[in-house]
Write a protein that binds this ligand. Structure first.
Ligand code: AMP
Length: 618
């Protein structure tokens, strides 16, 4: 099984082409390549020497999109139109993010459901996939500008703790940005590759990757055997980082100048203090003390004072390292190498504490902001077959998945996965009492199964009768070393099971594979739009069903006006389902939700209080 490099412009086979490595970060993103002459990984830089692109998107009133430094400026002046930290929303539902919703200055749709979050700017709804795609598109364009050549293929990194949905979302974002995503790799894996760890096939190592950025911290323990990386454990705090150090300095200065909460300076002054605090922190990474000229305040801070301020924060990260080791069943002695990632690892106290904890010097010679993307470029080069020293493991040339509601392709094993490979996901029934489920297996990169290649189909029969959504049907895909795919469907409550064996590569030529890949890129925009529309329609249909069921049960508790408004909103939603307008469907879903929410809450409260009646609280 071979990888098929294609030239998107001509559609022809191409042997050597620059494939970029992309670190799609929460705060900053960047692109690296293997330099064609030096064969070394380098980060692409703008004229001003900066490689980092802030992961911020600004939508102006006309709907124009700006990404990067230019968008960052609107964060304070137009928070509702400026999206940051989109990565934190990837693959999440409103339920997952509602506790932190004040953190975001923009509107996240509260649909009170488990559906994936959407962000609303003016009258438009954006998924985190679309938002990430804006960033990736900008990175692609910048890279093309710097390299003076089309950039069409990429390796993108994600945190080790990203689940399937978050990985697929990132892959889709790449596609939407016009990129052929060769592989999604873990950030710690990339960082370790950047240090040359895990490149050789006869290497057996256990490593720790400590990643402290501006707003997030994570630590991963990886085992590497014959160039195959395995994540043994991850730990961290997604709301801990360099920003907290800046805040600690601001607090320290306020205290030092005896300003209490009531006398605190105004918003813009606070902002300038924060900027000075970050400057101080960076200065203290190399100097014993910092002071800034300020007519009113004493802004002196020494490294010793700074260390005392951030000690609790550093201690917390070390506790996370301890927990990660424990989860992996290891001790610090078992770790062969420690890799440092993220701008905040430049702080000497951080470096020293990590080194002391693991009992060895840390790998910190590379720029900690760039290591992840450098490693992604190295992986890209290996996948391109340019690095002849490294053995390429067999991989799947096309993605494998099944058909789900709305005729969508749900990928279980993405293309370019190494074989043997295994993946499983749970599904459920859509109709009450459903006793069988049709499993259709497809191969290809398109979002609608109709555009992909059908490999097989079978029926899982004998599912015991139960209400829709209760059955737990696990579909597992296993590809053995010979490339044979085994698909098994199992209802977990009753253990009924059915399976089938397929040869995915049977009867397909390299040229056909190449055409399928090319089609997936040229049709990416319409594919993602189709998927978003199909998902919106499925969500709308589900909402209509649940609202109907709710009304049947509770009709007596609704006022005539509520009934009338609900009926109208349901009708409008129903009508929107027949039109091909995703934003309209979302708007109608939101309208129906807004109407039903107050009475749904009231009825729930009533039910709760009548259930409480008669129960004595001892
Ligand atoms: P990242 O999210 O990996 O880009 O890391 C950004 C964080 O690193 C921010 O909080 C920066 O203030 C911090 N940072 C960058 N340079 C330094 C430095 N020289 N010393 C301390 N912190 C730094």
């Amino acid at each position: 099984m071979a990888k098929i490099p294609i030239n998107i412009a001509t559609g022809s086979l191409q042997k050597e082409e620059i494939i970029v490595g992309i670190d799609l970060g929460t705060t900053n993103s960047l692109v690296s390549i293997i330099h064609p002459d030096s064969k070394q990984a380098v980060a692409l830089k703008e004229h001003d020497g900066s490689s980092l692109v802030p992961s911020v998107i600004y939508f102006d009133d006309k709907g124009n999109v700006t990404v990067g430094e230019a968008a960052l400026r609107y964060l304070i002046s137009a928070p509702q139109q400026t999206i940051f930290s989109a990565k934190r929303l990837m693959g999440k539902s409103y339920h997952d993010v509602k506790d932190k919703s004040v953190f975001y200055g923009y509107k996240i749709i509260d649909d009170n459901s488990e559906n994936l979050v959407k962000v609303q700017v003016a009258g438009k709804f954006y998924s985190p996939i679309e938002l990430s795609a804006f960033i990736l598109k900008e990175l692609k364009q910048r890279a093309e500008h710097i390299l003076k050549t089309p950039v069409t293929r990429a390796v993108i990194t994600v945190p080790a703790y990203f689940n399937d949905a978050q990985r697929n979302g990132t892959r889709d974002a790449g596609k939407l940005a016009g990129l052929d995503v060769l592989r999604i790799i873990n950030e710690p894996t990339a960082a370790s590759l950047a240090y040359g760890i895990g490149l050789k096939t006869n290497e057996d190592k256990t490593i720790a990757v400590y990643d402290l950025g501006g707003g997030t911290f994570d630590v991963s323990i990886l085992s590497i055997t014959d160039a195959v990386f395995d994540v043994l454990s991850t730990n961290g705090n997604t709301y801990l980082g360099g920003d907290d150090m800046d805040n600690a300095i601001v607090q320290y200065w306020l205290q030092k100048n005896q300003l209490n909460a009531d006398q605190e300076p105004g918003k813009s002054y606070r902002k300038s203090l924060r900027i000075k605090a970050e400057e101080a922190k960076k200065h203290l990474s190399q100097n014993e003390q910092f002071t800034a000229n300020d007519p009113n305040l004493d802004l002196l801070i020494t490294q010793k004072e700074f260390n005392a301020l951030i000690q609790p924060l550093v201690d917390e990260t070390i506790t996370c390292c301890q927990n990660a080791l424990k989860d992996a069943g290891l001790t610090a002695k078992d770790i062969d190498a420690v890799v440092m990632v993220g701008g905040s690892t430049r702080v000497p106290l951080v470096k020293n504490s990590v080194s002391e904890f693991f009992g060895k010097p840390v790998n910190d010679s590379l720029n900690p902001d760039e290591v992840v993307s450098l490693g992604a470029a190295i992986q890209a080069d290996v996948l391109a077959g340019n690095n002849k020293d490294i053995l390429l493991l067999d991989i799947t040339p096309l993605s494998l998945g099944i058909e789900t509601a709305g005729g969508l392709m749900d990928v279980l094993i993405p293309r370019n996965s190494k074989i043997p490979s295994k993946a499983a996901r749970q599904y459920t029934t859509q109709v009450d009492g459903q006793s069988s489920m049709r499993i259709s297996v497809y191969q290809g990169e398109r979002d609608l199964v109709n555009d992909n290649r059908k490999l097989a189909e079978f029926n899982l029969k004998g599912i015991p009768a139960m209400p829709a959504g209760l059955a737990k049907i696990e579909i597992s895909f296993t590809i053995n070393a010979d490339g044979i795919l085994n698909v098994t469907a199992k209802e977990l409550r009753s253990q009924v099971e059915q399976s089938i064996e397929i040869k995915p590569q049977y009867g397909i030529t390299d040229a056909e594979v190449e055409k399928m890949l090319l089609d997936s890129i040229t049709h990416a925009q319409e594919d993602i739009a189709n998927r978003a529309l199909a998902e919106a329609k499925t969500e709308g249909e589900q909402l209509l069903k649940t609202t109907e069921r709710f009304l049947q049960k509770n009709v007596s508790q609704l006022t005539a006006l509520e009934l009338k408004n609900t009926a109208e909103a349901m009708q409008a939603l129903q009508l929107s389902l027949s039109l091909n307008d995703k934003n309209l469907v979302h708007t109608k879903i939101e309208e129906l939700n807004n109407i039903s929410k107050p009475y749904a809450e009231r009825i729930m409260d009533n039910a709760l209080s009548s259930a409480m009646k008669g129960k004595s609280i001892a």
